[in-house]
Write a protein that binds this ligand. Structure first.
Ligand code: FES
Ligand code: FES
Length: 212
């Protein structure tokens, strides 16, 4: 009888240890999904662990100041999509290869899937939802509609953000510069010809002071 109780006791202890190791040891989840995974798992230990790691990070997103309470290594993309609910920026590869997650940080195009949110603390973030406020953004939006650029649309937020950054750098880019910049944003539908045409259209319109 004593032996039987001892065995049951040991089994319970081993099960508890395995559970803790499985949940707390999954570093992949912590890195990729930060506190969202923790909340989904709804485990007291996980919550305590994440609380210790979380920081208040200040951002200015599309002209609005905000503070986010997340782990410093959370990718900016998850903060934009999950914490702030701005889902126009897309997740493609998660490895800086496709460009679907492109946003602007202080006016520069960056890949938000590999940018830890702590590295943009205090900076100005612009997403696809906020680009209509600049002259380049407005010109690109109109040109995209005129040239009917998108096909399935998945890559287009990244394409538009990259195109605007290009026009800010060079308001009259040549074909080679357009192709070089835009080939970094993958489009499986192959809309590159129309993208090039729309960028020229936007550049022309900006040169004419916004007149058609
Ligand atoms: S999702 Fe960021 S580059 Fe592909
Ligand atoms: S429009 Fe479909 S992937 Fe680019």
């Amino acid at each position: 009888m004593v032996y039987w109780f001892l065995m049951v006791f040991l089994k319970v202890i081993i099960g508890a240890i395995q559970r803790i190791v499985l949940i707390e040891g999954s570093s992949f989840n912590w890195q990729m999904f930060s506190d969202f995974e923790g909340r989904i798992q709804c485990n007291n230990r996980v919550k305590t662990y994440l609380k210790k790691e979380a920081l208040m990070i200040s951002l200015e997103v599309n002209g609005k100041k905000c503070k986010v309470d997340v782990r410093p290594d959370t990718p900016l993309l998850w903060v934009i999509r999950e914490t702030l609910g701005l889902t126009g920026t897309k997740y493609g590869c998660g490895m800086a290869l496709c460009g679907a997650c492109t946003v602007h940080v202080n006016g520069e195009a960056i890949r938000s899937c590999v940018t830890p949110v702590s590295s943009v603390d205090g900076k100005r973030i612009t997403t696809i939802e906020g680009i209509g406020k600049t002259k380049e953004g407005k010109a690109i939006q109109e040109a995209w509609i005129s040239d009917d650029v998108p096909q399935c649309g998945y890559c287009q937020s990244g394409q538009i953000m990259a195109a605007i950054a290009l026009l800010k750098r060079n308001p009259k880019p040549a074909d080679t510069e357009i192709d070089e910049t835009m080939s970094g944003i993958l489009c499986r539908c192959g809309t590159y010809q129309r993208i090039r045409q729309a960028i020229h259209r936007a550049a022309k319109k900006m040169a004419q002071g916004g007149k058609r």
